[in-house]
Design a protein around this ligand. Sequence first.
Ligand code: GTP
Length: 747
Amino acid sequence: MSRHKIVKNMDLDDELDDFDGGVDYNDNDGDNTGSITDKQIQDALWHYYYDVEKSVGYLVNTHIAKPKKENKKSVPKKSGPATCSERLSFADFFKDMPWLNTPVDRQAIFVEPLYLRGGLLGGSSDGAPKLSKLQILAAARKKKAQEQKSGSSGIEKPMSDLAINESSKEDTTTEVTSKTPSRGFPLRKRKDSNPHEKHQKPPSPKKEAPKVESNPQMDLGPADQAEPSAFASTMFSSPMPPAPFANLFTLSYTTIATTATDPFAGPSPDDVVIAAQSKANGKGGKGPPKTNAEKKADQIATGVEALKVDDTPRARSKNLDVLKEWGSAEKKNEANFVVIGHVDAGKSTLMGRLLYDLKVVDQRTIDRYRSEAEKMGKSSFALAWVLDQGSEERARGVTIDIATNKFFTDKTNFTILDAPGHRDFIPNMIAGASQADFAVLVIDASTGSFESGLKGQTKEHALLVRSMGVQRVIIAVNKLDTVSWSEDRFTEISQQISAFLTAAGFLSKNITFIPCSGLRGDNIVRRSTEPELIAWYNGPTIVEELDNSEPVTRALTKPLRLTIGDIFRGGVQNPLSVSGRIESGSLQAGDALLAQPAGQKCFIRSIEIDNEAADWAVAGQNVTLHLSDIDPIHLKIGDVLSSPSSPIQNVKRFTAKVLAFEFLMPMQIDVHRGRLHTPGRITEIIAVLDKGTGAVVGKKKPRIVKPGAIARVVVDLETAVPLEAPGRVVLRAGGETVGAGLLELGL
Ligand SMILES: Nc1nc2c(ncn2[C@@H]2O[C@H](COP(=O)(O)OP(=O)(O)OP(=O)(O)O)[C@@H](O)[C@H]2O)c(=O)[nH]1
């Protein structure tokens, strides 16, 4: 705790009550020596860090024991110890400290060595220092360089900052060649030897160091002066250092009494440490200004960080005609589907079963999950663990983030995007839905669960995927084993959901219902053999229905767009990689990319598709791109990569045609587009539109839009982000989805 905080927390009366010390402070015998005021006591305590004994000693010496006259003599114009606002000399402050009472005959005099001590750990002091060959070589080089340069203002290469050892050697050697005596301790680099500072400031005429009253034997030229430590700065900083040398420190131990200033004028060492710690923890606060050494260390660290990426070799483009390559390649359909539905509907279990029955996951893995899940008392979640890999997801039994997995049928390569059902994780569900070609909506058919799901996320998820452009949905009427494979229950659910989905804009031909049990594996990969079920259903399984999907149309000829879904850093071969689905266009190794919103250019070093190297990729494919020529700080999840020749623009304002999930009015919102989300505000409602024709209905500029209506709204964002028509956006406020729709125009 800092001194100031300690003082704040102290009760002065308590502190005084604790001490009697044999002195009667109220004993006023008419003499001034006995009348010590509260202020004087408080000042004494403050002055002596609440050391009661010292405070009393001081008060007794000053006001009681010594005659008034003498008192005045020793502390002129003062009736107590120096207050905070008054300057206090170190001689006064430390006068009772033993180290300043060293008898004169025992005081040491510092004698400087004549030459720099060379060799290991200073080496022998006989004669001239022994220098290494490297030192001699460096000295000769330095001397030559100095002769060639006029003055001392040459600009060093920023790279030389990285050669810390080398430069320190050079400094030392320079000392030798110029016969400047060493002080016997390592010298720090001077402020004006920082090349970055030289770039910023024009060279200025050489200035004289300020004259400080000191022992001439101990005088150091500014070039030799080390920078003070934080503690030294606090305790010994010169009272009025001229601005240019404010950060230089003179080790004038013999002048302490004359150069001392208020040691508490700046932050205490504790405060410095606390500020540094809180800064390191990212807990706000600007903290104390950085010393030159710290700034330099930062610059070097930044340089090294930047080098890591810049060092990555750039790939040469093969200049392929990617669309031609794509046309002649052997290819299968590729489809991404998102699995949606209310929490605990059985989404992860169903997908785990699908992967298990298709042998994407082996028996041993499932057995391991089962025994681990049993230990946690969650044995029914073993199949869900195929997708729920996070420890928190497993402990809580809920999906938190989108889980992806792949499987292949004869016709199609599928990517599963298993979305979380819990309302708290809707933003992650939106991210998954934004990459999906179609959706599998899982409904819990067990008694009561279907009904609560309808009130929960079943409808919200379905509306969201429709608003995000998904046209086809397969409904898995799940957990039918819990209702004895009841056809009535299946029919009831199908009718209600069908009515809702068609109202939400899905065409009947794009909606399919399949009765199933993910836990048991009925109608997932294999057809059910349950007599009660096969008595009334002999339609396709989930996988058969997935495989019946129409091939996805790809926006191959449109400009390249890829939203970053994940970022990987620190790989040995690939220091920076990103993954995501190519929404439109194509790319190849060696291509330049523009990362928005940062506006930074980078290059594709190499490409991976399904963990295999590839030369190119096209819209619809999920890719991992290894990048070069960009600092990772310019990239984050949700950013968009595009081609520099037809870049996506950052917009701060747009109009959108949205379906209102809740009442809409001018209000604060969050705008979601895939993984990207940013705060903004609905600033204007332009009109309410007819659902079928899109014509304006009612009066223009209404003040409010009812749930279920479609409206054209203007949205202003806090920061510009990459958005363009006809992108899909979701508007959320207070943890609820309030609307979703089509971006019409960036303004
Ligand atoms: N009886 C029965 N239980 C099932 C079936 N499918 C899933 N369950 C159980 O339902 C519970 C929830 O399953 P999950 O797969 O985690 O549900 P989820 O929809 O993925 O949950 P979130 O992702 O957290 O929303 C687990 O205890 C499963 O064992 C089923 O077909 N029949």
